[in-house]
Design a protein around this ligand. Structure first.
Ligand SMILES: *[C@@H]1O[C@H](CO)[C@@H](O)[C@H](O)[C@H]1NC(C)=O
Ligand SMILES: *[C@@H]1O[C@H](CO)[C@@H](O)[C@H](O)[C@H]1NC(C)=O
Ligand SMILES: *[C@@H]1O[C@H](CO)[C@@H](O)[C@H](O)[C@H]1NC(C)=O
Ligand SMILES: *[C@@H]1O[C@H](CO)[C@@H](O)[C@H](O)[C@H]1NC(C)=O
Ligand SMILES: *[C@@H]1O[C@H](CO)[C@@H](O)[C@H](O)[C@H]1NC(C)=O
Ligand SMILES: *[C@@H]1O[C@H](CO)[C@@H](O)[C@H](O)[C@H]1NC(C)=O
Ligand SMILES: *[C@@H]1O[C@H](CO)[C@@H](O)[C@H](O)[C@H]1NC(C)=O
Ligand SMILES: *[C@@H]1O[C@H](CO)[C@@H](O)[C@H](O)[C@H]1NC(C)=O
Ligand SMILES: *[C@@H]1O[C@H](CO)[C@@H](O)[C@H](O)[C@H]1NC(C)=O
Length: 889
């Protein structure tokens, strides 16, 4: 990571001939809290990672260090560095210092000259330096204020109380994070710790220029709109210059096409140039699953000097909100990309580490690949985290992962004094300009859950203050943020919503605070229903778009071993696991959910017991997400709208959450160390483009219920009608021979949900002799275009089945390529929730996992993220289990 940054800086340096840059990053910084820590360290970096590298603190993610190291962020810190300059550099007649990112509140001093003050981690800072402040030998000093004390000071100084005043106790967090423009979840969240880093996560450099030289900067490129009549794209290019008004020639070249354009214009500090690019010159960018992601480099030159370039992709984005006509209430809410309606399959993204300098581009690539491999087409960059670095968006562009991008405001009221709003305005303008050329970004959203928080009065604001609270809300998200977005992200090619969830257009009609932002008939909904049986689809609302929902599980034992060496920590109710659980009573709820559907461990071996509870919690999460997804996809077609309730036409699901910030019980489907939980394998399955669904209605009806029905459906997202064979079999758990098989060859319509078979449940069960006390399972296989996808319907809760030993074995492991291994497993009876796990020193993913086996032998492929050259069975420890093992003492 550090090396990559150094390289990046070098490239900038040689390509900008008119300026002279002196990098100030490196390993010769000194940091001190003037109490008990002074260390030399590397910038980019922050206090925890610098002190860790200097052996002054233990790994922050171990043990209780999130609390034990808290004193580090309760004091001020001074960062200093000495550097020399050349006379050539000092001869430049204008010198500036640039901070790409500084976290967060600091005073900057150069050789005793005060240079400037920073108070947002979301904007870069550029300060002028008076020439007399610089010499041949220099020292830069950066005085950081404790972010915790700063936030408190701001809250005290503010004219009003701004709730919430603190985070819930269970989060071991810090207070008043809404008063500092810093990663909101760095003061803790219900899945993450409060490290609130202090330091410099980005580049710093001095820049010398001669004001007689012309310096032009490419500020942004935006694919503003598509003209369907002319079949042309309008692309806005924003340029700026410090020089006074001048006239000059600009050239634009779109690589890999024959299109180019030249114009002579007058630049007076700022200028937008609108390009028109014929559609016939380009191929369209599609989301994952719908086509390719062609990207084109647009190069901008001035008088033969390249001033910049952007990698862009050509696609239209519409958020379609129409009435359904008489009798149906509410509006639609769905994305159309290149005029093609798209069912959104995705998840929510949080920062993948408390310390950004620990996140390699490789880690981002693997996480986003994991989303792509699971058939996702969108992630929501959640508003309590950060604006990610450029490489994140470049990867998303390349992989076809669209982004629903919140601005960084979450679960809080906010101050709205002028200096705060000015700061926010600068942040939005900067971030939108930086990011808007990315085709992956499909929507901006003002905040996470703050409309709901006001509408439902989450923070018990007294009635007489409600009108002011609402006015403040509009001041921030409408007058400041929305207006800033409209100022730079022109055109109609990227929708904006003020909040998630919201009622979309209906929220605007209701003056930006709808009565019920969670209304299932409008916009998007966040839903968490912990009281009920989470596998039961009837406990979920049928929404137009479900942008958050989910349930917790525990990460693997391997992941726990990264955080503790103390074996007594490794049981479900240990004080350590409780310490890592940041959501009130969630472990109790998790146990309740596990108990309602699954057998509990009976072993007395406490480590095995813990390992089995981890496995069960992951089954519970996987099955819960599958129930929700099946419900959403079943209702994804417009003809699934229920005329009585107007519910249906669900056009998106983004479950909470794909990744983890540390090792803890959370809603994530991928663990901190990138191991996929069982749920992540289920996501890949439940998001398949052609997907069979099997239902028993009423849910878990008993075998004598004569009104109960078993139904089979096929969801087809392919743009073509497709023919396939659906074959279903009914099994008991005693033998691999089905009691009955049935099926048919069907043509399923493109972009539709087709009901293919219905049977009377009681008749079917009578025919195969399945009872409530010896229940059966229906397992189906859909074969189409050389693809095969299965579906399993439990007719009872798994805990009510008589689990028999399937004699699950690994028959062979064969390396079939540098990164790929075939693992053949065998059973002699059906095996449920077969789980393969690999030792911690190998990271990768299996082609499938958590599946049920109804055939004697199966081959699964393991893909390692890195090539394995010295394969032998001893360093390749594959563990396996199935639900039966939980019943063993
Ligand atoms: C540093 O001082 C703080 C109190 O200011 C104390 O809590 C902490 O344990 C000390 N750390 C070390 C490594 O001495
Ligand atoms: C700056 O130059 C002086 C004098 O040549 C030298 O002693 C010192 O080590 C240099 N400092 C750095 C940071 O290079
Ligand atoms: C600015 O001009 C001075 C004197 O003419 C020269 O030495 C220096 O290299 C120039 N700096 C840049 C960045 O061009
Ligand atoms: C720096 O100084 C120049 C010239 O005096 C001025 O135009 C510019 O606005 C200043 N920039 C900042 C960031 O203060
Ligand atoms: C930074 O400067 C401001 C204004 O001069 C001052 O109030 C504050 O205490 C300084 N902070 C630090 C950490 O030195
Ligand atoms: C402080 O709040 C009061 C009442 O809410 C308001 O009248 C007054 O103008 C506010 N003062 C400032 C400086 O914002
Ligand atoms: C709040 O505003 C509404 C409409 O603007 C008004 O009817 C109501 O009286 C106000 N409530 C208070 C407590 O001022
Ligand atoms: C089966 O359903 C009937 C009618 O709903 C109910 O009375 C009976 O208790 C159920 N039997 C079992 C075993 O759940
Ligand atoms: C879908 O149909 C079109 C023509 O209708 C054809 O060109 C295309 O190859 C088909 N795609 C697939 C995946 O079969």
């Amino acid at each position: 990571m550090f090396q990559q940054l150094v390289y990046f800086l070098f490239v900038l340096f040689i390509s900008s001939s008119n300026s002279n840059r002196i990098s100030l990053i490196g390993n010769d910084w000194t940091i001190t809290n003037k109490i008990n820590h002074t260390a030399q360290g590397t910038i980019p970096g922050t206090i925890h990672t610098i002190l860790l590298a200097a052996n002054q603190i233990p790994e922050p993610y171990m043990d209780y260090n999130d609390v034990d190291l808290r004193y580090l962020i309760h004091t001020n810190w001074i960062f200093t560095k000495k550097f020399n300059l050349t006379s050539d550099f000092l001869a430049s007649n204008q010198i500036t210092i640039h901070f790409e990112q500084i976290d967060t509140v600091a005073n900057i001093t150069l050789n005793t000259c005060p240079i400037g003050r920073t108070n947002s981690m979301f904007i870069p800072y550029i300060f002028n330096i008076t020439n007399s402040c610089l010499k041949f030998e220099n020292e830069i000093q950066i005085d950081f204020e404790s972010p915790v004390l700063y936030a408190l000071k701001q809250a005290d100084a503010y004219n009003d109380t701004v709730p919430p005043l603190c985070t819930p106790n269970v989060q071991n967090g810090e207070c008043h994070v809404q008063f500092i423009r810093k990663e909101p979840c760095s003061f803790s969240w219900d899945w993450g710790p409060a490290f609130a880093p202090i330091g410099i996560p980005g580049n710093i450099y001095l820049e010398g220029v001669n004001t007689t030289d012309i310096i032009i900067e490419l500020e942004s490129v935006n694919l503003a709109s598509y003209n369907a009549v002319d079949k042309t794209w309008q692309v806005d290019v924003m340029l700026s210059s410090n020089n006074d008004q001048f006239t000059s020639k600009f050239k634009f070249i779109l690589h890999d096409t024959t299109w180019s354009y030249e114009t002579t214009v007058t630049l007076n500090h700022n200028l937008s140039i609108f390009l028109t690019i014929p559609d016939e010159q380009v191929l369209h960018w599609w989301p994952n699953g719908y086509g390719d992601q062609p990207l084109y480099t647009l190069v901008i030159s001035n008088e033969d000097n390249i001033i910049g370039s952007r990698l862009i992709g050509f696609r239209t984005v519409q958020l379609i909100q129409h009435d359904y006509g008489t009798g149906i209430n509410g509006s639609s809410f769905y994305f159309a990309i290149n005029f093609q309606p798209i069912f959104i399959k995705g998840s929510n993204w949080i920062p993948p580490d408390s310390f950004q300098e620990r996140v390699s581009d490789e880690k981002l690539e693997r996480l986003l690949r994991s989303a792509q491999l699971s058939n996702m087409n969108m992630l929501r960059i959640w508003g309590g985290g950060i604006y990610e670095r450029d490489s994140f968006y470049e990867i998303a562009d390349r992989l076809g992962i669209m982004l629903w991008h919140d601005f960084m405001f979450a679960c809080s009221l906010y101050p709205v004094d002028e200096s705060f709003l000015t700061n926010v305005h600068d942040e939005i303008i900067y971030q939108v300009k930086r990011l808007q050329h990315h085709p992956s970004i499909a929507l901006w959203s003002g905040n996470n859950e703050n409309e709901a928080a006001v509408a439902q009065n989450w923070y018990s604001v007294p009635v007489e203050k409600m009108n002011k609270t609402k006015d403040d809300y509009r001041k921030l998200y409408v007058d400041t943020i929305m207006n800033a977005v409209k100022q730079v992200d022109k055109g109609n090619n990227r929708p904006f919503v003020t909040s998630s969830p919201s009622n979309g257009l209906e929220t605007i009609v209701e003056n930006y605070i709808a009565k019920d932002p969670q209304d299932p008939l409008y916009g998007d909904v966040h839903f968490y229903g912990y009281q009920d049986d989470s596998w039961d689809p009837t406990t979920y609302p049928i929404t137009r778009f479900l942008s958050e929902t989910g349930i917790q599980s525990l990460p693997s034992l391997d992941t726990w071993y990264e955080t503790t060496m103390n074996s007594s920590d490794l049981n479900f109710n240990s004080s350590f696991i409780l310490h890592r659980e940041h959501s009130e009573n969630q472990l109790t709820a998790m146990m309740k959910h596990i108990e309602s559907n699954l057998p509990l461990p009976v072993t007395n071996d406490s480590l095995r017991n813990f390992a089995q509870l981890i496995y069960l919690s992951q089954i519970n999460q996987a099955m819960t997400l599958k129930s929700i997804s099946d419900l959403c996809r079943l209702h994804s077609s417009i003809d699934m709208i229920n005329p009585k309730t107007s519910q249906g036409h669900t056009m998106g699901l983004m479950y909470w959450q794909i990744n983890d910030i540390w090792q803890a019980p959370t809603w994530a489907t991928i663990e901190y160390g990138l191991k996929w939980k069982m749920s992540h394998y289920y996501v890949g399955h439940m998001y398949a483009p052609v997907y069979p669904i099997a239902t028993l209605t009423p849910y878990l009806a008993n075998v004598t219920d004569e009104n109960a029905q078993v139904s089979f459906y096929v969801v087809n997202e392919l743009l073509n009608n497709t023919r396939g064979d659906l074959l279903c079999s009914i099994y008991g758990l005693d033998t691999l021979s089905p009691r009955l098989s049935f099926g048919n060859n069907i043509l399923f319509n493109s972009l539709g949900v087709q009901n293919t078979m219905n049977y009377s449940y009681s008749l079917l069960m009578k025919r195969v002799d399945c009872q409530d006390n010896s229940p059966c399972i229906i397992h189906c296989l859909l074969n189409y275009n050389q693809h095969q996808i299965g579906q399993t319907l439990f007719l009872n809760r798994p805990k009510n089945y008589q689990l028999l030993n399937p004699n699950l074995q690994i028959e062979s492991i064969k390396q079939i390529g540098p990164t790929d291994f075939n693992i053949t497993i065998t059973v002699d009876r059906p095996a449920l929730f077969v789980w393969l796990d690999i030792s911690a020193n190998v990271t990768g993913y299996f082609s499938r996992n958590g599946f049920h086996m109804f055939q004697p032998s199966m081959t699964v492929t393991f893909h390692s993220w890195t090539p394995i050259t010295d394969f032998n069975k001893d360093n390749f420890d594959i563990r396996h289990t199935s639900l039966f093992d939980v019943t063993l003492p």
